[in-house]
Design a protein around this ligand. Structure first.
Ligand code: DGL
Length: 283
């Protein structure tokens, strides 16, 4: 794959734009194709098998667009589907967002107690806990599913009374004496100012977007495939449903207009035979 090929960024929807934004800043000369599977969002409440199928089909579509590298920006997809990607799309180099986030959390913590806010699916996978223990076996990790925060961020209610009430209620559920709070979901960086306000001043908030962007930069450099072009890189955004909605929310996320760069795409999902059979039986 040539260094001039674009980088693919995949998320279940609009939240991955927080990762794209960090990538765009770190890699100004790269071209990006972002794919948001808005037709099937949310992934956070779905099974591992379903998230695997959706993620593999998204990677196949982006591979057809000749991307040189895939960033799985979605935490839930990173938690469930990286092995499936390796198995089903073996020729496409990729990285998820969880390894970099876990590493950053371990670097940030002093007392070894870490809280992770994520979707239900990411919590169920236990992946942050496993990765953090792998790096620091004496750590104490508490993962908390915060599904409502996805809706808050999508709605643009990122500050004010409602955001503070919902976030405050989730934070009260944390029983560990954490000094580090990991935002283990694409959408949560948008709510970071309220979390900052509600958490004790010594708590460090870790967002995997910027650390993932740095990891991608290092990976591309190590492979010798950074884009040599001198002009600013180009962007395009593909979505599987409602491009207008994506453009509107995307403008909130990015603080700039992207409507002329958003297009609708189809995503065919391969259903393994056993699942097709069970659907037929139900019918
Ligand atoms: N992108 C998902 C994640 O980071 C959040 C939205 C969803 O549930 O699809 O886990």
């Amino acid at each position: 794959m040539s260094s001039q090929n674009p980088i693919g960024v995949f998320d279940s929807g609009v939240g991955g734009l927080t990762v794209y934004r960090a990538l765009r800043e770190a890699l100004p000369h790269e071209d990006f194709i972002y794919l948001g599977d808005t037709a099937r969002l949310p992934y956070g409440t779905k099974s591992k098998e379903t998230v695997e199928r959706y993620t593999v089909s998204a990677a196949q579509l982006l591979r057809e667009k000749e991307i040189k590298f895939l960033v799985v920006a979605c935490n839930t997809a990173s938690a469930h589907a990286l092995e499936a990607l390796q198995r089903d799309v073996p020729d496409l180099p990729y990285c998820g967002v969880i390894a970099a986030g876990a590493e950053a959390a371990v670097k940030a913590t002093k007392n070894g107690r870490i809280a992770v806010l994520a979707t239900e699916g990411t919590v169920r996978s236990g992946i942050y806990t496993d990765m953090i223990y792998g790096l620091r076996p004496d750590a104490e990790v508490q993962m908390l599913a915060c599904n409502l925060l996805v809706a808050l961020a999508e709605e643009g209610w990122c500050e004010g009374e409602e955001a503070e009430a919902v976030i405050g209620r989730y934070l009260k559920r944390l029983t560990v004496d954490y000094d580090t709070l990991v935002l283990g979901c694409t959408h949560f960086p948008l709510l970071a100012p309220v979390m900052r306000k509600l958490c004790a001043p010594h708590v460090r908030i870790v967002d995997s977007a910027s650390v993932t962007a740095r990891a991608v930069m290092d990976l591309l450099t190590a492979r010798g495939v950074t884009n040599p072009q001198e002009q600013a890189g180009r962007d395009s955004f593909l979505v599987t449903d409602l491009p207008e909605r994506f453009a509107r929310l995307g403008k909130n996320f990015l603080g700039r207009e992207i409507a002329d760069k958003v297009a609708l795409t189809g995503l065919s999902v391969f259903y393994p035979i056993n699942i097709t059979n069970s659907l037929n039986r139900v019918a």
